[in-house]
Design a protein around this ligand. Structure first.
Ligand code: SF4
Length: 108
């Protein structure tokens, strides 16, 4: 019975230590995401269909904000809705910290 109790205490102690380590790591290693990414993502159709060539709308938004993606026309569902104007206006009003604007366009 004592052996089982020791095993339980050791496992519980390890669980607490590892949990504490993960909690500290999540605080220390936290990466703050650019808030423009979630704003642009909300303006996309959010079908996460992958028709744009990215795995989902979040990745498309990341690339629009970083300037790696300049063609909103790649989002086929958005093309049907023809509602890219809010994204273009938002990116025009929210440049990078150094003032660089990544304003996407709509190409075919
Ligand atoms: S094509 Fe449009 S709706 Fe589909 S994943 Fe890409 S951004 Fe999202």
């Amino acid at each position: 019975m004592i052996t089982v109790l020791w095993a339980f205490l050791i496992l519980a102690g390890l669980g607490l230590l590892l949990g504490l380590g993960l909690a500290i790591a999540s605080i220390v290693l936290h990466v703050k995401e650019d808030e423009r990414i979630s704003a642009v993502e909300k303006m996309l159709p959010n079908y996460n269909c992958g028709a744009c060539g990215y795995p989902g709308c979040h990745q498309m938004a990341e690339n629009i904000v970083s300037g790696a993606e300049t063609n909103l026309g790649k989002c086929k569902p958005g093309k049907q809705d023809k509602n890219y104007d809010p994204i273009i206006a938002y990116m025009n009003e929210h440049p990078d910290e150094d003032g660089t604007k990544h304003v996407p366009t709509v190409k075919k």
